[in-house]
Ligand binder design. Structure first.
Ligand SMILES: O=P(O)(O)OC[C@H]1O[C@](O)(COP(=O)(O)O)[C@@H](O)[C@@H]1O
Ligand SMILES: [Mg+2]
Ligand SMILES: [Mg+2]
Length: 336
């Protein structure tokens, strides 16, 4: 589809409502407030050293990881902006052990919002891209969002998913189940403007993303897969592959959605007991749905990510997503 100009995110949400009729007011509100939170997080990140926001917060999150000041700031911005409304029943975040119930949950059709407020934290101090990832689930009628089990729905139940990337430009990428669309922040007007509709992920690629320093810890199927890619033209794949690793899932997935590719964070023996590196509910699920909506696939190697029945809010899973033919090859190797 052609590039559209000067359609703001708000206009687009109302157009989508007219076109698909599936956007309740509370969902529109959830997405508008999330977009505004991302704009403010992007502004704080953009100020960098000038705002004193860089460096460690001196605390740990539930995963036992050191929090950066911006992890905490980004989390607080999302909590604060959403707490004012009645569109959500509750929120869950990488940075909080337990769910955050919204003080005055309103109507029965409220939503649950899950997020990784700042993805790629280790990139902050080197002025490289970072992002915010979010996933929206329906709240079961009359649920008590203090109870983590209300959030434990498979990725296939998501009603919206997306991310903001804070790079040379700030962009918001979103799906509501009708393709993947990109908005770019106009820094002069403060508006998010629709800049690309229906992002498409080619079935084939010659580019892969994986943290190669973990090679010796991977399981056999991933060892075989990457060995074949590295063998290039004279190997079994009969073509040369390029490799990229930004070390922020948002940026690595954004590259896939922009020019194709495959991204892997497989299980390795260092983290086998944890189940993987990336978090299912607010990293793997939203990215898996975006990738599928763009024509790609997302798998653990054994199972479609969106079919996983979650057992914990902060559950981790192996992630392989991107070009359809590559994920098909990876699942073949895992079942061999
Ligand atoms: O340290 P590595 O192996 O490069 O890990 C990079 C991965 O870790 C993450 O940064 C984890 O995200 P957080 O920064 O939200 O903890 C992913 O975005 C990225 O894919
Ligand atoms: Mg992350
Ligand atoms: Mg994070």
């Amino acid at each position: 589809m052609s590039t559209a100009h000067h359609i703001t995110f708000t206009d687009w949400l109302h157009d989508s409502q007219r076109a698909h009729g599936t956007l309740p007011a509370n969902l529109i509100q959830t997405l508008m407030v999330t977009a505004e939170a991302c704009r403010r997080i992007g502004a704080a990140i953009g100020q960098g050293a000038l705002a004193g926001v860089l460096g460690a917060a001196g605390s740990e999150n539930v995963q036992g990881e050191d929090q950066k000041k911006l992890d905490v700031i980004a989390n607080d911005i999302l909590l604060q902006l959403h707490s004012d409304g009645s569109h959500l029943a509750g929120m869950a975040s990488e940075e909080m052990d337990d769910p955050f119930p919204v003080p005055h949950p309103g109507s029965s059709d409220a939503y649950l919002l899950l997020f990784d407020p700042l993805d790629g934290s280790s990139n902050i101090d080197i002025n490289a891209p970072v992002g915010t990832i979010f996933s929206v689930l329906p709240a079961p009628a009359g649920c008590d969002a203090r109870d983590a089990s209300v959030f434990l729905q498979p990725g296939s139940a998501q009603v919206a998913a997306g991310y903001a990337i804070y790079g040379p430009s700030t962009q918001l990428i979103i799906t509501l189940g009708h393709g993947v669309h990109a908005f770019t922040l106009d820094r002069y007007s403060g508006e998010l403007i629709l800049t690309q509709e229906h992002l498409a992920l080619p079935a084939q690629t010659q580019e892969f993303a994986i943290n190669m320093s973990n090679q010796r810890f991977w399981e056999a199927p991933v060892q075989t897969y990457v060995t074949d890619l590295l063998a290039g033209k004279t190997g079994p794949r009969a073509k040369d592959f390029n490799m990229r690793w930004v070390a922020a899932m948002v940026a690595d997935v954004h590259r896939l959605l922009s020019r194709g590719g495959v991204f892997l964070y497989p299980l390795d023996s260092k983290m086998a007991s944890k189940g993987g590196k990336l978090r299912l509910m607010y990293e793997a699920n939203p990215m898996a749905w975006l990738v599928e909506q763009a024509g790609g696939q997302a798998s653990t190697g054994h199972q479609r990510i969106l079919d996983i029945m979650p057992t914990g809010l902060h559950q981790r899973v192996p992630v392989m997503l991107g070009a359809r033919d590559e994920i098909t090859e990876l699942t073949r190797l895992h079942s061999a």
